[in-house]
Write a protein that binds this ligand. Structure first.
Ligand SMILES: NC(=O)c1ccc[n+]([C@@H]2O[C@H](COP(=O)([O-])OP(=O)(O)OC[C@H]3O[C@@H](n4cnc5c(N)ncnc54)[C@H](OP(=O)(O)O)[C@@H]3O)[C@@H](O)[C@H]2O)c1
Length: 212
């Protein structure tokens, strides 16, 4: 598939490399493509471009920017370019405030997630929350003694969730499909939980698993 990633940080570059590894075509979109020169050198099959180009290029879009910039970044891609496309939303609505006892602060409430806000504004796109509840070191084909980790996903379009579940399978995850976009109210805060051992004990290598 053609994957357009919006972002230039460690999530966009890690997932970009992961998509290339799994045989997809990859364009990373940023306001400043020059800052991705090291990534392009290390990933010669990938390309760095503007956000608008990445948005146009991708059959599937990955949104991997700072949560406070998510809507602006999508506006730069253009609602028309995104219409009908699956948007894998890896963002979290964290603020710049320092964590309290290891607990990050969000700018959203538990009654409306960031992804629901984005889905409302970009109504033609098909958002699926994924990859937000794990750190970059464990995003692509992670290996844990406890077995395959679980990625919790949600989004209003079942077919879009199916597309993302197939990608997660390639990336070495089992998928727990939590249904419509409102479930992001629960999935986004998993990021807070995931980060606590990191902030308290510098432990950044772990993932969630749903046992039945
Ligand atoms: N780091 C992790 O392990 C991790 C794990 C899971 C989820 N996440 C989430 O994934 C997202 C990306 O995280 P990250 O650590 O890779 O990067 P980040 O440092 O949170 O964000 C960097 C990206 O945000 C964009 N950005 C910042 N301010 C902007 C603005 N005013 N307008 C437009 N774009 C702006 C930058 O765009 P330009 O390239 O144009 O400068 C850059 O691509 C975040 O929402 C984060 O919460 C992170």
């Amino acid at each position: 598939m053609k994957i357009g990633l919006i972002g230039s940080g460690e999530v966009a570059t890690t997932l970009g490399t992961g998509f290339l590894k799994h045989g997809h075509e990859v364009v990373l979109g940023t306001r400043d493509p020059a800052k991705l020169s090291d990534w392009v050198k290390a990933n010669p099959k990938g390309r760095a471009a503007s956000v608008a180009e990445a948005g146009k290029f991708g059959e599937v879009i990955v949104l991997a920017v700072k949560g406070t910039a998510a809507a602006d970044a999508l506006r730069a891609a253009g609602a028309n370019a995104l219409a009908g496309k699956v948007i894998i939303d890896a963002t979290n609505p964290t603020t710049d405030a320092p964590p309290e006892h290891g607990v990050l602060k969000f700018f959203t409430t538990l009654d409306e997630s960031l992804m629901e806000q984005l889905q409302k504004e970009f109504a033609g796109a098909r958002f699926v929350k994924a990859f937000n509840s794990v750190g970059v070191a464990c995003m692509v084909n992670p290996r844990f003694a406890g077995g395959k980790p679980t990625m919790f996903i949600c989004g209003n379009d079942p077919a879009a969730r199916g597309v993302v579940a197939k990608i997660l399978d390639q990336f070495g995850w089992e998928t727990a499909d939590m249904g419509v976009a409102a479930a992001a109210r629960a999935i986004e805060p998993l990021c807070m939980l995931w980060c606590i051992p990191g902030f308290l004990a510098n432990d950044w290598v772990h993932a969630f698993k749903l046992l039945k």
